[in-house]
Design a protein around this ligand. Sequence first.
Ligand code: NAD
Length: 477
Amino acid sequence: MSSPSTGAAQYTAEVYIGGRFEPPASDWLPVLDKAAGQPLGRYGNASAEQVDRAVATARRAQPEWADTDANTRCDVLRAFAAELERRRDELLTLIIRETGGTAEKADEELGQSINQLLNSATQLTENAGSILPPYKQGKMSLSRAVPLGVIGLIVPWNYPMSLAMRALAPGLAYGNAVVLKPAELTPIAGGQVLAEAAHAAGVPHGLFAVLPGDGPTTGSTLYHHPGLDLIHFTGSFEVGAAITEYAGRVGKPAVTELGGDNAFVVLDDADVDQAASCALWTSLWYQGQTCISAGRHIVHRSVADAYTEAVVERVRKLRVGDPLRDTVDLGPVITAGQLARFHEGLVEPSIAAGAKVAVGGGHDGLFYQPTVLTDVTADMPIFREETFGPVMPITVVDSEAEALELVNRHRTLMNSVFTGDPLRGYAFAQRVASNEVHVNDGYARHGGEGQLASYTRRQWIGVQTTPVTYPTWAQGS
Ligand code: NAD
């Protein structure tokens, strides 16, 4: 692999099955450096035969891994983390080029991936179930955490490495096999690199497979495969809904992490400068292309002008460009299709309906100027749909109750509320329907607890240690 600083590395994202790399069944397709628009590498679509072989090989490898002692599994996961750490400089450059994010975003992504491996390596040594009360005299009862088997993992392009790792690391840690399909836009950081690092770390052959390919070809074949014990999907609502429907029909567990039209609320007593800084961070980080980006700013009328001014002043100073070659705050939008989806599909129709551009609104190729829209009403497309782009629509309300009603009108993942009174914020947060709410802040990192439950099933084993007197009719006397 050539030096990261040259920016010239060419990668091949191959199919990885049974501890061996092989070409895809299809022709090669380019993987682009998103800012430069030049090929960074290549990938292809794994075929149905390759999906089938990956799942069958994973099924064969999984039982022995599940029986492997905890210290050995811990060592393998730590070696996996060390391998990513060893390649840190190269991988940061790769993530910048493949996702179009800044160096800070790449650092966050690689750091989350390494930490997830280290956390899972520790967690697997801590808890393998519980001892239950003796429901019957003389009966020892255990609730044992048992691996699910083979996990089919489908991941999007925005955080290709860390969103794969959030299921891969705990999945492997708790004794499962994992068959990963990375996003077609990011199969190198999200697939090839993980396969190489796992291979070098001694993850047993077959236990982890990588199948690059697009959604309708490789992704659909994977999630329909009868050999999976869990389908784990992160991505759009539409695909997630189809997977949930399928999983329900065949009686298979599915975990879906989908998008949301998240809100950022500024109440009348908020510190406007603090709110404006946080608003830029939660709306524009990685060009607004995260599932928890704030896509609707719901602001009390009494602070709306000051808030808008503070936001616009900050946005005017932002630099947009190639994050590898220039000093910038925002990189390119991932593809022309994504840009057209939010610009032509949401921004332009909202402007036609009366929204005003306070700053931004244009783009040079994929380099979209961060945009603030005012006079946005709840019936406009930019308010009603997840934006997934660097746009901050501001909607003015007259009361806290009105703000709350607007927040809860849409499906959201994470919301923020700014207020000078944290307890008022707490009371507001309690009435917000999302699973995550932050008072006077944006987002936090993924938590580690709960992963044992997500990647194992419980088996109750009761051991009767003293003789039981069964009913006389059962004793045959
Ligand atoms: P997407 O659903 O189009 O693609 C995600 C993954 O699914 C990709 O690997 C893709 O190849 C695959 N896929 C697409 N069609 C498929 C099909 N028919 N069958 C099987 N697999 C298929 O989503 P995207 O546009 O790449 O990502 C953006 C979306 O992901 C946004 O809605 C965002 O909010 C969401 N997201 C959610 C989270 C979260 O943690 N909740 C994190 C990141 C992104």
